[in-house]
Write a protein that binds this ligand. Structure first.
Ligand code: MN
Length: 212
């Protein structure tokens, strides 16, 4: 994913707006995708409009070395480019119907790096519910397949030169407030049922170059 370049386009959800009920309702998905995510896409394109030399770069390339960008565009790229990257991965990390479980190399790596699925889930949930303010909790892998849970603030991404994201949970209030109000824990608990483990497993294996 994220291989395309400017002008970035709003990607449709890979499922219907009501596909994630009961964990995420249709209204939440419409606002999140059609308003919040779309705004990041529009603002990213506006930011890049006057920088033809940056329009050839993919989103990952833009976000991998923000310090290398012209000073006046770093913050717009960080916030809006991150907003696009993070939301595309978030929407693509969920699925319907519920019922998949971790399998294959990723399941084995979770057991190896966290002790068990149960222990991983507890740590992932803690990362999601303890992120102060707006941000994200991520499962990432390094290029050797070592998994880590990380938190980022706002629309920041992890170090994309060091890590490949496997999936992430949005803990901005806009991700859950319409349905859960302040009950972030309830949203986070429900989100585990939405994880698309098949795609996650493929992302993990792709990150290792298929050599596992
Ligand atoms: Mn969001």
């Amino acid at each position: 994913m994220n291989a395309e370049t400017y002008p970035f386009v709003v990607r449709p959800l890979p499922y219907e707006y009501d596909a994630l009920i009961p964990v995420l309702d249709e209204e939440t998905m419409h606002f999140h995708h059609d308003k919040h995510y779309k705004t990041y896409v529009d603002n990213l394109n506006s930011a890049l409009a006057d920088y033809p030399e940056l329009q050839r770069l993919s989103l990952k390339e833009l976000l991998s070395d923000i310090e290398a960008l012209p000073a006046q565009i770093r913050t717009p790229i960080r916030n809006n480019g991150g907003g696009v990257y993070n939301h595309e991965l978030y929407f693509d990390s969920m699925k319907n119907p519920v019922g998949q479980e971790p399998e294959g190399a990723l399941a084995a790596a979770i057991d190896r790096d966290f002790g068990s699925y149960k222990q991983w889930k507890e740590q992932m949930k803690q990362a999601a519910v303890t992120k102060f303010g707006s941000g994200w909790a991520w499962l990432v892998t390094d290029n050797k397949g070592q998994l880590s849970i990380v938190q980022t603030a706002n629309q920041d991404v992890p170090d994309l030169q060091e890590y490949t994201p496997v999936f992430l949970i949005d803990v901005w209030e806009h991700a859950y407030y319409l349905q859960y109000q302040n009950r972030r824990v309830e949203y986070a608990e429900g989100w585990f049922d939405l994880i698309n483990w098949r795609k996650a497993g493929k992302r993990y294996e792709d990150a290792l170059g298929g050599c596992i």
